[in-house]
Design a binder for this molecule. Structure first.
Ligand code: FAD
Length: 490
């Protein structure tokens, strides 16, 4: 870009929402400048190195790279090759009294479920059939790249592609919860089966069956089956591919100098950077939560209302894996089936073997949901909480690697404050809003914040995850490109 102040589009933040928007806009021929405050791309789905180990910053499970998947559509249109290996099972559940692999094939899963949960009422079989049917339909709708909520004619035009007679499968469930569906189908009465369903829903949507939107729940439970992939280098490697794609299309991506203030002046956006310099642009994609946009506009930040969003606590371990047998990369460990929402009771253990001459140096990251306000206590109390959670998550790792204690070479943990600091998310809230019926699909929060100013990221439709934020980025790119009278590639 000859003159940075002449960017067509400035993208603030290089999370998956921002990178997708930037890559598509650059591909369309717009002059794009991405401003990232951190030194690496990807935000909550980025990565970092510490003490000779590589770690994922947050996201580990990759979905959406199967043929026709949303991320695959993005990479295809950018003509970027991505090698991904389907995982089957996608994830292994460790319930307090049994270990259950979540298999890709519906038929195998039906047999396995009957074997592992022999006392479960027949309603659970009906529930899994419902998941397949409705989840499949919501998947089809998502893959048509709809644009919700329907605020403008453009949203209706883009979303019409998702309309088909089979829509009747999903429509009746739009305002229901998964809990209501289970009740209607008689899928109740087996606490271990409920814990498995709740654990997966909590991880993918931030809500257990009782509160989780039925349509979001169906796609979450189904997507783990149809689209879980292993990618070398994880989501951080995908973020880097998007950075390269932006640059290959003539865009610019800068690191270590964030956007400090945003103002509209004479039909253009003026962005003051951390170092005091100014860039101007015709349009802006802000890949930040609404509170982050408030800060940019000089307003007090809005935080999610109590209980509507989560923070994360993550334990990172670097281990000596000498003589350790190969392990499945993803394990959902439930310590207390009766209380999944208490931090440490339900967590995801992700395992990354080392490569090359570091083959014996493995990284293990364990994440659990936590209320950010739990850490808003005097420092000594916060330290005690951190120690307690580290101990709980270490106990979860022992379910997968029994002798992990003697293998540990490095141990660090991340709290909501860590996410606030490294991903710029006010209050340390991550993963967007809990996917309850009042915030999904047609009722999702809007993303248009001003003329030529659009939000992208997991606080906008369709919500959390790399796939979800990629769709938010697709819609942000469509919006700003239309604003500039240019054609979006997707
Ligand atoms: C612990 C954890 C585990 C998760 N596990 C999974 C998983 O397994 N699979 C999955 O799909 N998803 C997972 N997620 C969710 C997923 O990571 C997020 O929903 C998604 O990555 C958020 O993307 P985003 O576009 O909202 O941007 P963010 O990730 O929030 O990134 C925003 C970027 O903008 C930058 N930024 C902020 N303010 C400024 C500014 N003023 N100027 C410049 N730059 C700025 C930040 O530094 C950051 O890089 C997980 C999240 C966490 C925290």
């Amino acid at each position: 870009m000859g003159n940075a102040s002449d960017a067509d589009i400035v993208v603030i933040g290089s999370g998956f929402g921002g990178l997708t928007a930037a890559a598509l806009a650059a591909r369309a021929g717009a002059r794009v400048l991405v401003l990232e405050r951190h030194t690496r791309p990807g935000g909550c789905a980025g990565d970092f190195a510490l003490g000779g180990f590589w770690f994922p910053a947050g996201a580990t499970v990759v979905t959406g790279l199967e043929p026709g998947g949303i991320l695959r559509q993005v990479f295809d249109v950018l003509e970027v090759d991505v090698e991904a290996r389907p995982l089957d099972p996608s994830i292994v559940f460790h319930l307090p009294d049994r270990v259950v692999p979540y298999t890709a094939s519906h038929e195998t899963w039906a047999r396995l479920f009957a074997r592992e949960f022999p006392g479960a009422p027949a309603g659970y079989r009906r529930f899994w059939r419902w998941v397949r049917l409705v989840g499949g339909e919501v998947y089809r709708i998502g893959a048509a790249l709809p644009s919700f909520p329907l605020e403008r004619p453009a949203d209706i035009r883009r979303s019409l592609r998702a309309v088909s007679p089979s829509l009747v499968l999903a429509a009746p469930w739009l305002f229901a919860t998964v809990g209501r569906v289970k009740q209607l189908l008689g899928a109740e009465g087996d606490p271990a089966a409920d814990a498995l369903i709740d654990a997966l829903l909590l991880d993918a949507t931030g809500a257990t069956a009782a509160g989780c939107s039925a349509v979001q729940g169906a796609i979450a439970l189904d997507l783990y089956r149809r689209g879980c992939q292993w990618v070398d280098g994880g989501t951080g490697a995908l973020a880097m591919k998007l950075v390269r794609a932006i640059r290959a299309s003539g865009g610019t991506v800068t690191f270590g100098n964030g956007a400090a203030r945003l103002r509209q002046e004479g039909g253009r956006w003026s962005v003051r950077l951390d170092d005091g310099s100014i860039v101007t642009a015709l349009a802006v994609v802000a890949n930040v939560p609404p509170g982050g946009l408030d800060l940019l506009l000089g307003r007090p930040p809005r935080l999610p209302s109590a209980g509507s969003a989560w923070g994360a606590f993550v334990l990172h371990l670097g281990i000596d894996a000498a003589a350790l047998e190969p392990l499945h990369p993803f394990h959902q460990v439930v310590a207390d089936a009766g209380d999944l929402e208490t931090a440490g009771n339900n967590c995801l253990v992700s395992i990354y073997p080392g490569r090359g001459d570091r083959a014996n140096r493995w990284s293990i990251s364990v994440s659990t949901h936590v209320r950010p306000e739990a850490f808003a206590v005097p420092p000594a109390e916060a330290r005690r909480l951190r120690c307690r959670l580290e101990a709980s998550l270490l106990a979860a790792v022992r379910r997968v690697v029994p002798d992990v204690d003697r293998r540990i070479l490095l141990l660090r943990s991340a709290t909501p404050a860590t996410y606030q600091r490294f991903t710029g998310r006010p209050g340390g809230f991550v993963g967007g809003l809990r996917q309850v019926p009042s915030v999904v699909a047609l009722r999702a929060p809007g993303r248009r914040a001003g003329r030529g100013l659009v939000l992208a990221g997991d606080h906008t439709f369709p919500g959390q995850g790399t796939v979800g934020t990629a769709l938010s980025g697709i819609n942000a790119a469509r919006d700003v490109l239309e604003y500039l009278d240019m054609e979006a590639p997707l």
